[in-house]
Design a protein around this ligand. Sequence first.
Ligand code: 3NM
Length: 216
Amino acid sequence: MVTKITPADLRVYFIMGSQNTREDPLVTIERALAGGVTFFQLREKGKGAKIGEEKEEFVRKIKALCKSYQVPFVINDDVELAIKIGADGVHVGQEDESIESIKKRCPKDFIIGVSSTNLSEAEEANRAGADYIGVGPIYPTSTKADAKMPIGEEGLTEIKDAVGELPVVAIGGIKLQHVIRLRKAGADGVSFISAICNAENPELMAKVMSLHASIY
Ligand code: 3NM
C-alpha cells in the first residue's frame, strides 16, 4: 500500500466551512495553519454554504493556502470538485459515495477519509481501503445537528484496537482539555471545529492544541 499520509499528518486536524466562522473564513483558516494545524478539511455545508463557481474559487484559495503551509487539504463529500481542483483528497460520510466508487475515478495518491460511528463501520472502511477514519462523536457536540450518540473514549479505544494500523482521528465536542486523554485512548489525531473557530485567538489555540497532541 502506498503511504499517502502518516499518523503525524493527522495529529491536529482542523475542519471548517464558511458557516463556522463570523470572520472571513480564509483568515480563520490561515490563522489555524499559522498555529500549526497539520491537516485541513473543508466542510462547506448547511445554510449559506457556498456553491458553484463561488465555492470553486473559495476552494482554490484554500488549496493555495494549505500548500503554502505544506498541510494536506481534503474536501468533505464533494469528490468531483476535489478531483477537479487537485485537492489532496476527500472525506466522506456513511451516506456519501463509496470508497470503491471514489477509487475508480480518483488519482493514485488521493487521500480518502471516512466517518465511522461504530465498530462495524470502522472495520468496513478499513476493508474497503480508507486511508484514515474519523471516529465520533466522542463527546456531545452542537456543531453537527444530526450527530449520533457520543461513543466516549472507550468507544474510541475499542475501534482503534480493532483497526490496528489504520490511522484514527477523534471527532466531536473536543476541547483542549481532552487532547492528551484522547491520544492516550488511541487517537492518532484529534479534530476540531468550534474549539479553534470560536477561540479568541485561533492561532494560539492551534499552537496549544499541537503541543498537547505531541505530549503523548
Ligand atoms: N462530524 P466540534 S461530529 C463534523 O460524529 C462532525 O461524525 C461528527 O465539531 C461525527 O469540534 C462533528 O465543534 C462536529 O464539536 C465537530
